[in-house]
Design a protein around this ligand. Structure first.
Ligand SMILES: Cc1cc2nc3c(=O)[nH]c(=O)nc-3n(C[C@H](O)[C@H](O)[C@H](O)COP(=O)(O)O)c2cc1C
Length: 168
């Protein structure tokens, strides 16, 4: 497998509906000693505060959230379809309970100290710019709370500058 190289943002063909919504991504954070990852299928990319940004939504219960909050940096990796089973596993088991990265058989690599999952064709390296709690009182559509938050486990919205896009 070729190693990842930084690429020009404007050359990337990114379809968020396909890449995030259908194919899913892995949100990875931590340091050289310990990193954690989780599957995410909600989020987006766009422009904010004059930067290229990613939006990710992480529920309060996620172990990965602790790493994102502590480090202020994370990555998004986009594994291919052949890793679907691994992504289901990484999205069902918590790193709090098991060494799930090892069990899934995926590998952590680093770019400027930011961990990412090496299986896949593209990685976005991100720097957190804001964290906004998404809570019941903000919903204008009454169905959202009961559809998605019956457990009381709300999302925080992260807006993060995409500092680098890596491709093979
Ligand atoms: C397809 C899929 C998409 C998911 N999307 C999200 C998401 O966008 N935000 C989130 O907080 N959890 C999401 N999850 C759930 C987490 O991946 C899951 O709770 C994971 O076990 C958290 O691991 P952790 O506790 O090690 O961080 C998703 C799970 C799957 C299978």
């Amino acid at each position: 497998m070729h190693s990842f190289q930084p690429v020009d943002f404007e050359q990337m063909e990114i379809n968020p509906f396909r890449m995030i919504g259908r194919d899913w991504m892995l949100v990875t954070a931590g340091n050289e000693e310990k990193a954690n990852t989780m599957t995410a299928s909600w989020g987006g990319v766009g422009i904010m505060w004059g930067k290229n940004v990613a939006y990710v939504f992480i529920r309060e219960s996620r172990f990965t959230k602790e790493f994102v909050d502590r480090e202020g940096r994370f990555s998004l990796s986009f594994p291919e379809e052949k890793y679907r089973k691994e992504m289901k596993f990484l999205g069902a088991v918590s790193g709090r309970d098991e060494d799930k990265i090892k069990e899934a058989g995926v590998h952590v690599a680093y770019y400027n100290g930011v961990p990412y999952i090496d299986e896949g064709s593209m990685v976005m390296i991100c720097r957190v710019m804001s964290r906004t709690p998404i809570r019941k009182e903000q919903f204008l559509d009454d169905s959202i709370d009961k559809s998605w938050y019956a457990s009381g486990d709300y999302h925080d919205m992260y807006i993060a500058e995409i500092t680098d896009i890596l491709a093979r």
